[in-house]
Design a protein around this ligand. Structure first.
Ligand SMILES: [Cu+2]
Length: 615
């Protein structure tokens, strides 16, 4: 009997429980923690040079579409000097390569899963799903958690890039193993420009740089220590910026724009400069704020992005400025987590172009112009611990799975404006809540105005201890089913995630079904990513050969020069793709069919990993 893809996914979800080997996992984790690299063996802060991830060249550009290839790979890399760490990276590096694109250019991103079948330490069955966070993608290209790609498969994600300029990021979203997959390294930035933003005199090009924050813990053998602290979150004692521990950046005495992204699994940061000079926030998750806001500190929860300008002309040559982290409540702190990186101010300025912060940044008030009077309804979502799980209004992703992915927590009409009250009644934890598809405006936090740095379009709201955060948004761009979840990825996996549906409820024939709309394909069915133009249309310079240069007659956006590339070796796509037996997934799933079906029935309210089983 052939099982539907949905049935296979459901079985796969539960059959992995049989492989979870909780006792072995606990033993391995405990061993790793006992073997944690001592602080004395960590590099001293500000001794490793700052670097940015390489910018990814497209495999080709045809018409209004750019094509990119990415391979999810396990690779040994040197993060702690002298030690090798096995990471999972897009093209074998972490953070993965930065995609730089422009509003109006479509992107097709091929994600090839070339990871091991089983996680090397935790022994779980591996699958991935890639979410482009900040993009109003169609449901089947949104990285829906249960729309998984298994090793030996690939999926071509299609991104519309119709929204305003912003800092997006692509990261793993595979159901129930997102935290581990992302902690292993599957995260990277995706920068979208637009003509308005490019014309502003704010820093561009070499003065516009990613700052991807992430914490990690290492064992003495160099491997990552993966401990989810009884489902509260994976924390590390090493702060990585763009993959490097507490780096030192040489800066010119002028303004720089940093695209700060918190890519940690569970750690939030409260950033400030030891000089007392402000961080001037010009952008939030959804792009430029209406006006710049100088802030003496910026709190950034997981998945939040803040574009921050620092003016180094305020310092004398040779001065060192440290970016500090005053850890917000309910993080797991170490002696080494109170600093992030440092800047060494030089005496030479190469260019003083794009060195201003105008008072008016973004005239698009589509999101920021919303007022409570625009809302047609208000909903309340409670984020809480219950039934030994992390839940949203008493429900979890398991309820979505068991409903055959039809259950939704809200069903706004197309273009409806709604207010959602995001509530956390606990003082013991915080939840950065991510609503897919839309940008929202934060109305208030416990009735008080939002933080100064939050006064821009957002897609993650830091719902702090004992807080209710009211957000307002228009359900625009697309229709269909989208996730809402806590971006503490451990909370998300256990199982604080549900979905909402925009527009009419589908009847099984939805061409944009998040799982069946465009499922992953076997690598044996792989074809050229870039469509070949007919012979007579492919004149001199037209490009479908993968050189990454622009073709004649192809409109290519004039994006500023990318950040300097690092001399890192990207994995070769062809070499790294193993030949897999076709239909391997189905065979595996069928073998476990009987057992798994029993589990589905018997354990309706039981998540794949309970706290009692995991640790
Ligand atoms: Cu949470």
């Amino acid at each position: 009997m052939e099982l539907s893809r949905r049935e296979l996914l459901k079985i796969g979800l539960f059959s992995t429980a049989a492989l979870a080997l909780p006792a072995e996992r606990v033993a391995r984790t405990q061993l790793a923690i006992d073997n944690r690299l001592p602080q004395s063996a960590l590099p001293a802060p500000f001794t490793i040079p700052f670097a940015t991830p390489p910018v990814l060249a497209p495999a080709g550009r045809v018409g209004d579409t750019d094509y990119y290839n990415l391979v999810q790979q396990q690779r040994p890399v040197e993060i702690i000097p002298g030690l090798q760490t096995e990471i999972w990276g897009y093209n074998g590096i972490t953070p993965g390569p930065t995609v730089v694109t422009a509003k109006g250019r479509k992107v097709v991103m091929r994600q090839i899963c070339s990871l091991p079948d089983v996680h090397p330490q935790l022994r779980y069955n591996v699958w991935t799903s890639t979410h482009l966070h900040g993009s109003a993608s169609l449901p089947q290209y949104d990285g829906y958690a249960s729309d998984v790609t298994t090793p030996g498969s690939f999926k071509d994600y299609r991104y519309p890039n119709t929204q305003d300029a912003r800092t997006l990021w692509y990261h793993d979203h595979g159901v129930h193993i997102t935290a581990e997959n992302a902690y292993m390294g599957l995260a990277a930035q995706y920068i979208m420009h637009d003509p308005h933003e490019l014309l502003l005199p704010i820093p561009h090009g070499p003065y516009d740089l990613p700052l991807i924050l992430k914490d990690a813990m290492f064992a003495q053998d160099g491997q990552l220590v993966i401990d989810d602290n009884s489902e509260s979150g994976i924390f590390g004692d090493v702060i990585l910026v763009n993959g490097r521990p507490w780096p030192l950046m040489q800066v010119e005495p002028r303004k720089y724009r940093f695209r700060v992204l918190n890519a940690s699994v569970a750690r939030s940061y409260d950033l400030s400069l030891d000089s007392g000079e402000p961080l001037t926030v010009i952008g939030t998750d959804g792009g430029l704020m209406p006006h710049p806001v100088p802030c003496d500190h910026v709190r950034i929860g997981m998945a939040e992005r803040y574009e921050v300008v620092i003016d180094f002309s305020a310092y004398s040559p040779g001065q060192r400025v440290v970016m500090r982290n005053a850890s917000p409540d309910n993080n797991r702190d170490f002696d080494t987590t109170n600093v992030v990186m440092a800047f060494q101010v030089g005496d030479h300025v190469s260019s003083l172009a794009f060195n201003e912060i105008p008072e008016d940044l973004n005239p698009n008030m589509g999101t920021m112009g919303l007022t409570p009077a625009d809302a047609v309804r208000t909903r309340r979502l409670r984020f809480e611990r219950g039934n030994s799980q992390w839940q949203i209004n008493d429900s979890t992703w398991e309820d979505v799975v068991n409903s055959d992915y039809t259950f939704s927590i809200a069903n706004p009409g197309v273009n409806d404006v709604e207010i959602w009250e995001l509530e956390n009644r606990s003082g013991g934890w915080f939840h950065p809540v991510h609503i897919h598809l839309v940008d929202f405006k934060i109305l208030d936090r416990n009735g008080q105005p939002p933080e100064p740095y939050e006064q821009g379009p957002k897609d993650v709201a830091y719902v702090g201890e004992n807080e209710t955060v009211r957000v307002i948004m228009r359900f625009e761009h697309q229709q269909g089913r989208y996730m809402i979840h806590c971006h503490n990825l451990t909370h998300e996996d256990h199982d604080m995630m549900t979905q909402f549906q925009v527009g009419p409820v589908g009847r099984g024939d939805d061409p944009n079904d998040p799982i069946d709309g465009d499922p992953c394909k076997d690598l044996r069915d792989i074809t050229d990513l870039v469509p070949r133009l007919p012979e007579d249309n492919s004149g001199p310079g037209s490009n479908s050969s993968g050189s990454g240069s622009s073709g004649a007659g192809v409109s290519v956006p004039n994006v500023p020069a990318a950040a300097p590339q690092q001399p890192r070796v990207l994995g070769s796509i062809k070499k790294s793709v193993p030949k897999k037996k076709k239909r391997k997934i189905k065979v595996k799933a069928k073998k476990r069919k009987v057992k798994a079906k029993k589990k589905v029935k018997a354990k309706r309210r039981t998540p794949r990993r309970r706290s009692s089983g995991r640790r």
